[in-house]
Every structure is written in structure tokens, then in C-alpha cells.
Write a protein that binds this ligand. Structure first.
Ligand code: NDP
Length: 321
């Protein structure tokens, strides 16, 4: 089978297509014919060595496809089932072994592409808006990079819950997309804290969702109201430097959390609940999943370049055919 392999960590050019043996599903695993693999920022952290990996490894972790073989003790799934997953190392490939605990069934109303595009970014947007800070009616939320993969979905979910969104984006086209997803206000990365205060008569917002990191984190604290919550969930612009907790006191007894999807999908039931609600919204036409780019396995390096180069909107997919 063809797969995108990394033999040494580095820039996008270390992503190379290789012919590798079809993997064997072990106990508790299924072998899946991959239709679409999702491209995520975490794939770039692993490729570059920012998140240490032992080489060689096949890139990617998210995808959707059809079960081709069952591991020795697997009885609850069947060959031919359409499934999706957020975490199966080696998903930029024609075939991958997925642990049963990670498998989510895909309903007929959701295509393979949309399923692959929903698992990691969709479930992230879901836990951010429903669990980390459960957005209530009328709540203002600051959503950074609102035209991105997580950002477009998070904006829509905040709106579904009756909240209001102040979005940041870097270009006019991206601002238009954020508005299309329901953002009430869109602003630049220069004045979002002032804008948040203007919109709330000086009080500030109850929550900031920040996946940009270094470039926005500190100023984001100034957008929060007393006892507001800073949700730092990523580092698209680089990691946030060391930080004095006393700042949280001087800016209003703020709360800070650095969540990960793994802590919000702790067992199969929680994973199935989040995916089920997302697929339900998609089937009912309440949530639009924008596929911003489709690439072949051979173009995986280009996908990473585009994502890191800030040239993308919505979700990027790698298609196997
Ligand atoms: P996006 O599609 O949002 O792409 C990143 C966006 O960030 C860019 O398009 C860009 O939008 C913005 N950005 C701002 N500054 C920079 C910069 N210096 N370099 C690159 N991009 C920049 O990516 P994802 O939706 O895949 O991920 C968004 C964030 O969410 C990432 O940090 C990722 O690691 C994190 N994440 C965290 C998870 C968790 O559970 N904690 C799970 C999933 C993702 P613009 O041009 O408008 O500024």
C-alpha cells in the first residue's frame, strides 16, 4: 500500500510517499481502507519534531473509510462498515489499523470526506463550546482564527448555543467566511481586546478560545471580564512563553486552562456522544463542514506548507484515490 512516511523529522519536504506492507490488525484493532485522511496542526508538530516521534513513522492520525479486516477478537464491528477516527497513527495511507476504542460509525447522511473532516477539529470545537466553557444564551466568545478548521466549526457551535462571536482573521476573504459561519463581529489581530471591551460596555468577555498561542495569548487576557476563562487550546503561531500566574490575579481573578481533545473523549461513550451530536447537526443541515483543500498522498507536503503558511480555510484532506 502507498503511505506518506517520515524517515527524519523536519520541514514539509520530509513527507515522502513509500510503498509499505499492508499493516496487520492486532487484537482490538480493525484494518480500514482509508478514503480520506484529515490534515491537522498536530501532524505538523509531529513531522517537525516539536512533538517527539521515533522515526520512521507514517504521518497522520485522523480519517474515514471502510473496514477491510477485523483483528482476532473483534466482534462488534463488521467488514464493510463505514467508520471514522481521530487518532490512529499512520492515517496518511491507503490502509491503516484503527483501535476499536477509537472507531466511530458514520451514518449514511454523512460522506467519508465530511466524516474525516469532522473528527478532530469538530470534536475539539464541540468540547470547547459545550464542556470547557459551556456557552450560554447571550454569552460573548472571542474565537481566534475563525476561518480555520476549528474556528469555523467553533463559531457555528457557539451560535447554535445562542452565544455571540467576536472573530479574528487575517484577511478580508477569511473575515467573510467567519461572517458566513455566523460571527457577529470580525476584527483584526491588532484590536480584538479593545473591541471585546467596546462590545460589553467595558466589562469584557466570559471566554476567549485561543488556538493561535504566542501571538495572541497575553492580549487575550485583556479581553476577559472578572473571573473570565482563557481557553488556550493550541499554538498555531508558536508556544506561549513562561508566564507568571500573578497576572491572572492582576487582570481580574481569571481562569486559565490548556485542554486537549483526549481529556474530553476519555472513553468510548464520550467519544460516541460528541461524534453523534456533530453528525446529527450535519445531517440536519445545522452545521456546515467546509473542505478548504483536497490533496493526493503525493501532495501531503504541499498540504502542510499551505496549513503552516496560513493560506488555508476550513479543513484540508488527503484523498487516497
Ligand atoms: P487552522 O485551520 O485554524 O489553521 C491555523 C490558523 O491560525 C491559520 O489559518 C491562521 O488563520 C491562524 N494563525 C495565526 N497566526 C498564525 C501563524 N503565525 N502561523 C500559522 N497560522 C496562524 O488550524 P486547525 O483548525 O487545524 O488548528 C487550530 C489550532 O487548534 C492549532 O493550534 C491546533 O494545534 C489546535 N488544536 C488543538 C486541539 C486541542 O484539543 N487542544 C485539537 C485540534 C486542534 P488567520 O490567517 O486567519 O490568522
Amino acid at each position: 500500500m502507498r503511505a506518506v512516511q517520515v524517515t527524519r523529522t523536519g520541514g514539509p519536504d520530509v513527507l515522502e510517499v513509500a510503498d509499505l506492507p499492508t499493516p496487520e490488525p492486532g487484537p482490538g484493532e480493525v484494518l480500514v481502507d482509508v478514503a480520506a485522511a484529515g490534515v491537522n496542526f498536530i501532524d505538523t508538530y509531529r513531522r517537525s519534531g516539536a512533538y517527539p516521534m521515533s522515526t520512521p513513522f507514517v504521518a497522520g492520525s485522523e480519517g474515514a473509510g471502510t473496514i477491510a479486516r477485523l483483528g482476532p477478537d473483534v466482534s462488534e464491528l463488521a467488514v464493510g462498515d463505514r467508520v471514522a477516527w481521530k487518532e490512529a497513527p499512520g492515517s496518511y495511507a491507503e490502509q491503516v489499523c484503527v483501535p476499536v476504542a477509537e472507531v466511530v460509525p458514520v451514518p449514511d447522511s454523512v460522506s467519508d470526506e465530511v466524516a474525516a473532516a469532522t473528527m478532530l477539529q469538530g470534536m475539539t470545537a464541540h468540547y470547547l463550546a459545550t464542556s470547557t466553557y459551556p456557552v450560554g444564551k447571550g454569552d460573548w466568545a472571542l474565537v481566534h482564527a475563525a476561518a480555520g478548521g476549528v474556528g469555523l466549526l467553533l463559531t457555528q457551535i457557539v451560535k447554535l448555543r445562542g452565544g455571540r462571536v467576536l472573530a479574528t482573521t487575517s484577511t478580508a476573504d477569511k473575515a467573510e467566511l467567519a461572517r458566513g459561519a455566523g460571527a457577529d463581529e470580525v476584527t483584526s489581530y491588532d484590536d480584538f481586546a479593545d473591541r471585546a471591551r467596546e462590545l460589553t460596555d467595558g466589562e469584557g468577555f466570559p471566554v476567549v478560545y485561543d488556538g493561535v498561542g504566542r501571538a495572541t495569548f497575553e492580549r487575550g487576557l485583556d479581553a476577559l471580564r472578572v473571573r473570565g476563562l482563557m481557553v488556550l487550546y493550541g499554538a498555531a503561531s508558536g508556544p506561549v512563553p513562561a508566564f507568571d500566574p500573578q497576572t491572572l490575579n492582576s487582570k481580574g481573578g481569571l481562569f486559565l486552562t490548556r485542554p486537549s481533545l483526549a481529556y474530553y473523549t476519555r472513553d468510548r461513550a464520550e467519544l460516541a456522544d460528541r461524534a453523534g451530536e456533530l453528525f446529527g447537526w450535519i445531517g440536519a443541515g445545522q452545521l456546515d463542514v467546509r473542505i478548504g483543500g483536497r490533496y493526493s498522498l503525493a501532495d501531503a507536503a504541499q498540504a502542510h506548507e499551505d496549513l503552516e503558511g496560513r493560506r488555508t480555510t476550513g479543513k484540508l484532506l488527503i484523498l487516497t484515490s
